[in-house]
Design a protein around this ligand. Structure first.
Ligand code: UDP
Length: 241
């Protein structure tokens, strides 16, 4: 039989940047395959339900458009569409690897994805399918951290796993790419995170997790073995509680 994981059900947020691989933009096929293989491996090893929330920053971010003079809501809807492309790419590779997968989108696009229906998503998970949530919350003025927190709470996940791109092994006291004195944190409280003005996650998402006692693990998804170690109960990345 498969091993019992630390949490029976998890929501994994995959940032759009993780899909871009070495390039900063677009979808890198080899990297999507790596991500899919990581998911397939942990599904085989552990008796765990996995739901994924995908970002879209590798294709489009609403703030970029707004910064260039676009209407913010319009630009954010474009960002939500970008997440659907990442979701379909991940679904394609997961299914090629034999892992049944469903995409549910908060923006209705019936030709390519199911609409988001909470009870149906839970049913898919119970049947062993990986469910990919696309389209963010379906509302502008959020980033995909917020639907990740929201879906985690809604479907009764035990933890929100925020998987980032190569090189981000945890939350730092400042941006380590800019500030050489930045220190990596093993653990931080929700309120401290907000009060210190940390940018690693959206404060809306942190607040939602705080109000619902949803722990968050922030880690480097592309560091192979990390997801498996986390499910095995090892202290990887930064724990927010
Ligand atoms: N977005 C939105 N509402 C949501 C989720 C996402 O408007 O509920 C838009 C927003 O413009 C965001 C873009 O979709 O910039 C892509 O998501 P995000 O920036 O979170 O991607 P990531 O940083 O994970 O790559």
């Amino acid at each position: 039989g498969r091993r019992t994981p630390r949490w029976d059900r998890v929501v994994l947020k995959i940032s759009g940047e993780a899909f871009a691989g070495e390039s900063e933009f677009g979808i890198d096929g080899a990297t999507v395959k790596r991500i899919a293989q990581i998911l397939v491996d942990v599904k085989q090893e552990f008796d765990v339900d996995i739901a994924v929330v995908v970002g879209g920053g590798n294709i489009w971010r609403g703030m970029t458009g707004a910064g260039a003079g676009m209407d913010r809501a319009q630009a954010d809807y474009m960002g939500m569409l970008a997440t659907v492309m990442n979701a379909l790419a991940l679904q394609d590779v997961l299914e090629q690897l034999g892992q049944p997968t469903r995409v549910q989108s908060a923006i209705h696009m019936s030709q390519v994805a199911e609409p988001y229906i909470r009870r149906r998503a839970v049913r898919h998970l119970e049947k062993g399918r990986v469910v990919i949530f696309a389209g963010g919350t379906g509302n502008p003025f959020f980033t995909t951290d917020t639907p990740a927190a929201l879906r985690a709470v809604e479907i009764g996940a035990g933890v929100l796993l925020k998987g980032t791109h190569s090189g981000t092994d945890g939350i730092y006291t400042a941006d380590p790419r800019v500030d050489p004195t930045a220190e990596r944190l093993d653990r931080i409280g929700y309120l401290d995170f907000i009060q210190q003005g940390l940018q690693a996650m959206d404060s809306t998402a942190i607040t939602l997790c705080m109000e619902n006692q949803m722990p968050i693990v922030y880690f480097d998804l592309l560091d192979e073995g990390n997801l498996r170690s986390i499910l095995a109960g090892e202290p990887i990345g930064t724990l927010v509680t």
